[in-house]
Design a protein around this ligand. Sequence first.
Ligand SMILES: NC(=O)c1ccc[n+]([C@@H]2O[C@H](COP(=O)([O-])OP(=O)(O)OC[C@H]3O[C@@H](n4cnc5c(N)ncnc54)[C@H](O)[C@@H]3O)[C@@H](O)[C@H]2O)c1
Length: 266
Amino acid sequence: MTTASSSVSSGRVTGKVAFVTGAGRGIGRATAIMLAQHGAKVAVADRDADVAQEVVDTIESMGGAAALAVVDVADEDGVRQVIGEVVDRWNRIDVLVNCAGLAGIQKPIHEVTTAEYDRVMDVNVRGIFHTTKYAIPAMTNGGSVINFSSIYGLVGGASAESPYSVYQASKGAVLGMSRGDAMMYASQGIRVNSICPGFIDTPMVAGFLERTGDAAAARTAAAALHPLGDLGEPDDIAYGVLYLASDESKFVTGTALVIDGGMTAA
Ligand SMILES: NC(=O)c1ccc[n+]([C@@H]2O[C@H](COP(=O)([O-])OP(=O)(O)OC[C@H]3O[C@@H](n4cnc5c(N)ncnc54)[C@H](O)[C@@H]3O)[C@@H](O)[C@H]2O)c1
């Protein structure tokens, strides 16, 4: 299996400035580290300062450039402030990765409270609105925006495996916003794409499996949904982000990159 190296190389995104949300854990963490390994300066944005600092330290120990950005993406003023600090430090933003997301509540919609609905939407959709709003003016040399949707933005899943329709609604909204922004900003050389992961082995999915009451059985069942036979790893998704962040994807905008072990083709 191919794995990421642990040092900075002359890379595929050398010289680019990347702002990665949800960068403290899971897919966002893997993405921040991989972008740094390939030469990007990376703002590590997460609402959890401790895990974000660990990622900054990891990147710096590899010889990479990282900045700490502690922020809840649902907080517009906080997002404006941390993006301003990154621009003050590195002059512009080239790559925005909107990875922060909440799985939220795992119950049928008739039991969901308005407050629970609002929190999922505030992070998964409005958070992307906030970061995009303040990063776009800083993309003075073109750019790439990569928004995290999910296979559950594309399909409902069988009832037993389906997570929860509020999450699904939020991930469908991400696809729509991404396509609209792709059209809006194409003339400025700013590309906007979505990523739709299958089940990836992260703290979010670990929590999902544990809440079923039998995590081992749930993991086996989740793995079986993927024709390739297992959950994905965070790096499986980070490689896709790296491609969309790099100039290798200069003709790609308004698309959704599905990385799901074949799940939605089954
Ligand atoms: N793991 C999967 O199987 C999977 C599948 C499809 C889509 N996704 C999407 O990929 C993204 C990353 O998922 P993951 O599994 O790595 O999640 P995770 O829960 O393992 O990590 C998410 C990180 O985002 C941070 N975060 C959460 N809310 C935030 C907020 N409001 N502001 C700032 N930071 C915040 C958390 O502190 C955490 O460090 C999410 O958008 C998720 O919906 C994940």
